[in-house]
Design a protein around this ligand. Structure first.
Ligand code: PMP
Length: 402
């Protein structure tokens, strides 16, 4: 008898499963709007010019392949923290931010989950928005936290359920952990306004909640690095202690290089040193130390003024292409095809994704009849649309809902 004879078949990953179905489809009109990876105007993966140049600089420096320290490349983590918190951030200038390199955003969330499970002195309950990125629940559950939800999405308005969100955070036990998408909320594409963020910050203060920011899309939401960090920087300026997961997958297109950072603000250098030591103790048995190459690329961009400017412009170009696809899709559905329903949210939503309002039955029909693939909840990656396929997509949606 095999040791694994009782192992049950598990369900396919709901997001990566879409790509598998797409790959198996041989129709030339097929479109993959499942996974959140940027595609250029020709539907091709895009390597940023700033990344190519940074890679050349790294290569030319004759780099070795030695191990990094447990918390990664120190210059990279310093620059990653500046990018997120801002060069003028008070905790940064006080030397009170504990930061470690991570295996992209997922790894940052997992380090955070494990650190909180071990050291957070209050109830180990984390509140996630409903809905949230599908991997948040398993990450925090497997880290040993109790996962609960707060209202976020209003089906009727296809907008933010701000009253529900406030009521749920007010009803949470004091000192609970609350996960906040810093910008470009995945999957809904709906972000609080600056005024709403200020109210959320006040409730978090009132209820002594612990804010954990997931910032996987800095620059991708509005095209501006500081703009997209508004929520994080506001919370820090209000005196909140925060946790932060950063990913460079999307904004540098470094998906497979797995470049990220996890940080915590502390009360000062002495506490930071203690927190740093415990971060190492969490990380060492997980994977010992992080990968080298991507961190060198990201650090070269972040530390070189000319490359940084070029990168900023490229982030803006990516964000703007996505915004132009929103406009185009909205116009096709509303004006050209007169598709039944209200599609204004396609234009107003932010970031990589749009929560279309299409039902599981629609998404199934689109896959089977039109070779158009998306997650069952009707989320589409706007980056998968381009001048060559948007008409097929719009007419297929029109046919599916009519
Ligand atoms: N958080 C959110 C909200 C995401 O959408 C993603 C990627 N889909 C991640 C974190 C992590 O991605 P990665 O591990 O590739 O950086």
């Amino acid at each position: 008898l095999s040791a694994w004879s009782a192992v049950q078949m598990g369900p396919a990953d709901p997001i990566l499963g879409v790509t598998e179905a797409f790959k198996a489809d041989k129709d030339p009109r097929k479109i993959n709007l499942g996974v959140g990876a940027y595609r250029d105007g020709n539907g091709k993966p895009y390597i940023l010019t700033s990344v190519k140049k940074a890679e050349e600089i790294v290569d030319a420096s004759g780099p070795d392949k030695e191990y990094l320290p447990i918390t990664g490349l120190a210059d990279f983590t310093k620059n990653a923290a500046i990018l997120a918190y801002g060069a003028d951030s008070t905790p940064l200038s006080q030397g009170s931010i504990a930061v470690t390199q991570s295996i992209s955003g997922t790894g940052a969330l997992r380090i955070g989950g494990a650190f909180l499970a071990r050291h957070y002195p209050n109830a180990k309950i984390i509140y996630l928005p409903t809905p949230s990125w599908g991997n948040h629940t398993p990450i925090f559950r497997d880290s040993g936290l109790e996962v609960r939800g707060y209202r976020y999405f209003n089906k009727e308005t296809v907008g933010l359920d701000f009253e529900g969100l406030k009521a749920d955070l007010r009803a949470a036990p004091e000192q609970s952990i609350v996960l906040l998408h810093a910008c470009a909320h995945n999957p809904t594409g709906i972000d609080p306004t600056h005024e709403q963020w200020k109210e959320i910050s006040d409730i978090v203060a009132e209820k002594k909640l612990f804010p954990f920011f997931d910032m996987a899309y800095q620059g991708f939401a509005t095209g501006s690095i500081p703009n997209d960090a508004f929520a994080l920087r506001h919370f820090v300026a209000q005196g909140h202690q925060v946790a932060l997961a950063q990913s460079f997958a999307k904004n540098m297109g470094l998906y497979g290089e797995r470049v990220g950072a996890f940080s915590l603000t502390t009360s000062g250098p002495e506490e930071k040193a203690r927190v740093d030591s415990q971060l190492k103790i969490v990380i060492r048995p997980m994977y010992s130390n992080p990968p080298l190459h991507g961190a060198r690329i990201a650090n070269t961009i972040l530390s070189n003024e000319a490359l940084y400017s070029e990168w900023e412009a490229e982030v803006k170009t990516m964000a703007e292409r996505i915004i132009s696809m929103r406009e185009k899709l909205y116009n096709m559905l509303t004006h050209d095809l007169k598709t039944p329903g209200e599609w204004g949210h396609i234009k107003s939503q932010i970031g990589m994704f749009s929560f279309t309002g299409l039902t599981p039955a629609h998404t199934q029909a689109l896959a089977e009849r039109a070779h158009v693939y998306m997650t069952r909840d009707g989320r589409i990656s706007m980056a998968g649309l381009n001048g060559g396929n948007i008409e097929h997509f719009a007419t297929s949606v029109d046919a599916a809902v009519k």
